[in-house]
Each structure stands twice: as C-alpha cells, then as structure tokens.
Design a protein around this ligand. Structure first.
Ligand SMILES: Nc1ncnc2c1ncn2[C@@H]1O[C@H](COP(=O)(O)OP(=O)(O)OP(=O)(O)O)[C@@H](O)[C@H]1O
Ligand SMILES: Nc1nc2c(ncn2[C@@H]2O[C@H](COP(=O)(O)O)[C@@H](O)[C@H]2O)c(=O)[nH]1
Length: 213
C-alpha cells in the first residue's frame, strides 16, 4: 500500500448543469486522476463507449453485482440503475491515486457513509438558472424531449441536497468554474495529504528550538 490513501472526489449536480464537462477538464488537467467508470442499465448515447463513459449492463447483471457486494454505492436515477464498482476504487486509493466520481446525491451519501468516507471530498455544481439548465440539456442534443422533461422534473430533488456537500459552485462561466474546481482539489490535497507529512518536520523544528536554550 502507498504511504498515503487517495481522495475520492465526488461531483454531483442536476442533469445538464455541467459535471461531466467539468470532470473531463479535471481529468485533462491531472493525468494521475482516475475516473470511476460506473455501471448502468441506461442505453448508450451516441458516441459513448462501453468501459469509457460507463459499463453498459443488463438489469440482471447489475443486480447480481449489487447482490455480490461489488458496488461501493448504487442508485436508481431517472428510471435506470447506476453504480460505482468498488474494486477499482479501492485499488486506486490504496495505490495513493485520487478517484473522480460523477454520481447523484444518493451516491454521495452512500460513499460518505462507507468505510472510505473519510477520504471523500464532495462538490455540488449548481446551474446559473433553471432556464439555462433546460437550454443546456436541449443544446447537448443527446436526449429525447421526453427524457429531458423527466430530468427537468427531477432537477429540484437533486438541487435540494446541495447542503450535504463540502463545496458548492455555480457553473455559469465554464472556465471560471473549472479554475475554482482545480483550486479546491489542490487546496484539499495540500490540507489532507501534505500537512500530515509535515508533522516530522515540525518535530525537528521543535527539537532544534529546544536545543537553543
Ligand atoms: N458553463 C457552461 N456554460 C454553457 N454550457 C455549458 C457549461 N457547462 C456545461 N455546458 C454544456 O451543457 C451541456 C450539459 O453538460 P454536461 O453533459 O456536462 O452535464 P451533466 O451535468 O454531466 O449532465 P448529466 O447528469 O445529464 O450527465 C453540455 O452540452 C455542455 O457542453
Ligand atoms: N448514484 C450514482 N449516480 C450515478 C452514477 N453514474 C452516474 N450517475 C448519475 O446519474 C445521473 C444521470 O447520468 P447520465 O449519464 O444518464 O446523464 C447523473 O446525475 C449522474 O451523476 C453512479 O455510479 N452512481
């Protein structure tokens, strides 16, 4: 095992607020960051690849994985099942790598309440307005009108859980939100990872100080 455990960086938002876009930018910024590829029973969107965006599964296969205890968390969202396979996440954080999650609020709560919860850093992404949220879902052009309608109807349910998160960002200007996200990740890495390592240094300083008298 590495000399430090990685962070579990969790992004949530109502559908269309921009978390997948921000997740891609974080991954491009830090090539050491691992993305937790979820399993889902949803059908692939055009351009999505099995094993890259999601592991696309049948409902039976998904339920079997849950029954076998292979999911760190799982939830039923917009009529489909989604879950984060635990094995790759444990392997990554034991190797000292940070893992990025794109999950809904139910996933955030389950990860936080899991044995890995103390490694969690959660960030909620709010849209600048509800009309802009709808505009983004429409211009993404990947879901039917019916699916967009259902996601809009559930948007308040997701937003109402914003208070469970360590940080909350309003994703108005994409570049600004990206910079804030990177700042949060950098600061939390310093606080949680580098500061404990400084204990030895502070002890040395104390010995030197005591040697002065
Ligand atoms: N700050 C922004 N300004 C304008 N458009 C944005 C912004 N952020 C993201 N978008 C666009 O909004 C659309 C939805 O973004 P994205 O797919 O990242 O949302 P999401 O929160 O991951 O949605 P879902 O939960 O449905 O996967 C995309 O077309 C994306 O390019
Ligand atoms: N609890 C979980 N939620 C997940 C997971 N993977 C994705 N999601 C969330 O589902 C919705 C819809 O995603 P989409 O790709 O169909 O647009 C969105 O809120 C995701 O964050 C997961 O493993 N667990």
């Amino acid at each position: 095992m590495a000399d430090r455990r990685g962070l579990l960086i969790i992004l949530s938002s109502p559908s269309g607020a921009g978390k997948s876009t921000l997740a891609r930018r974080l991954m491009a910024w830090d090539s050491d960051l691992e993305f937790s590829v979820s399993a889902t029973t949803r059908a692939p969107r055009p351009g999505e690849e099995h094993g890259r965006e999601y592991y696309f599964q049948t409902e039976d296969a998904f339920k079997q994985q849950v029954a076998d205890g292979q999911m760190l968390e799982h939830a039923h969202v917009f009529g489909n099942f989604y879950g984060s396979p635990a094995g790759p996440v444990r392997a990554s954080i034991n190797a000292g790598k940070d893992v990025l999650f794109d999950v809904d609020w139910q996933g955030e709560v389950q990860i936080r309440n899991s044995d890995l919860g103390k490694h969690a850093l959660s960030i909620f992404i709010l849209p600048p307005s509800i009309t802009e949220l709808q505009r983004r879902l429409e211009t993404r052009g990947q879901d039917s009108e019916d699916v967009i309608g259902k996601r809009m109807l559930k948007s308040w349910d997701e937003i109402s859980h914003w208070g469970y998160y360590d940080y909350v960002l309003v994703n108005d200007d994409l570049g600004e939100t990206e910079e804030k996200l990177k700042t949060i990740v950098s600061a939390e890495r310093m606080r949680r990872i580098q500061q404990p390592r400084l204990q030895d240094h502070v002890r040395t300083l104390q010995n030197q100080f005591e040697g002065l008298s």
